[in-house]
Design a binder for this molecule. Structure first.
Ligand code: HEC
Ligand code: HEC
Length: 134
C-alpha cells in the first residue's frame, strides 16, 4: 500500500513538472509568434509589377542608389518612379508580360502603386548609409 502511494505521489509531481514545462514552452512560442506577426515578418505583398531586386542587382550590377537615390540626402530612401525605370527600359526589349504594368504606367502617366513593405516608427532613425555604399 505504502509503495503504491509513494509512486502515485511521484507521478503526480512529474505530471505537474511536465505540465508546467509544456505551459512555458507554449506561452513562449505564442509570444514569439505574436511578435513575428506584429512585425510583419515574412510579409511579401503581391506587387502590381513583379520587380526583382535580385536580377537588377546581381545580373545587371546596379547600385542601390541608382534607384533609391533619395538615400543620398534623406533618411528615407524613396522608391524610384516609372520614369527612372524607363531610363533603361525604353532602350530594352520592352514588350514582355512582366513589363506590361510598367509600360502602362509610363504611357498613361499613372504611378505604379508599390505596396510598402517596411515601416519604422518615427522615433527610429534608419541610416541609409549602407544603401549609399552598396
Ligand atoms: C532597379 C531599381 C532598384 C534598385 C537597383 C534597388 N531597388 Fe530597392 N526597390 C525598388 C523598387 C521598385 C521597390 C518597390 C517595390 C518592392 O518593394 O519590391 C524597392 C523597394 C525596396 C525596399 C522595400 C521598401 C519598402 O518598405 O517597401 C527595400 C528595403 C529596398 N528596396 C532596398 C534596396 C537595396 C538595399 C538595394 C541595393 C542592394 C536596392 N533596393 C536596389 C527598386 C530598386
Ligand atoms: C540600369 C538599367 C535598369 C533600370 C534602371 C531598371 N531596369 Fe528592369 N531590367 C533591366 C535589365 C537589363 C533587364 C533584363 C531585360 C532583358 O532580359 O531583356 C531588366 C528586367 C526587368 C524586368 C523583367 C522583364 C522580363 O520580361 O523578363 C522587369 C519587370 C523590370 N526589369 C522592371 C523594372 C522596374 C519596375 C524598374 C524601375 C523601378 C526597372 N526595371 C529599372 C535594367 C534596368
Amino acid at each position: 500500500m505504502i509503495i503504491i502511494e509513494l509512486n502515485q505521489k511521484k507521478s503526480f509531481g512529474r505530471f505537474i513538472l511536465i505540465g508546467s514545462y509544456l505551459l512555458i514552452v507554449n506561452l513562449t512560442s505564442a509570444y514569439l509568434a505574436i511578435n513575428l506577426y506584429r512585425n510583419n515578418f515574412g510579409f511579401e505583398p503581391t506587387q502590381s509589377v513583379q520587380f526583382s531586386h535580385k536580377a537588377h542587382i546581381e545580373k545587371y550590377d546596379m547600385k542601390c542608389v541608382s534607384c533609391h537615390y533619395f538615400s543620398i540626402k534623406s533618411p528615407s530612401s524613396g522608391i524610384p518612379t516609372t520614369w527612372d525605370c524607363m531610363i533603361c527600359h525604353s532602350a530594352l526589349k520592352n514588350e514582355t508580360e512582366l513589363m506590361k504594368p510598367v509600360n502602362y504606367s509610363y504611357d498613361e502617366n499613372i504611378p505604379i502603386s508599390w505596396k510598402r513593405i517596411f515601416r519604422v516608427p518615427d522615433y527610429v532613425h534608419f541610416s541609409t548609409r549602407l544603401i549609399q555604399e552598396r
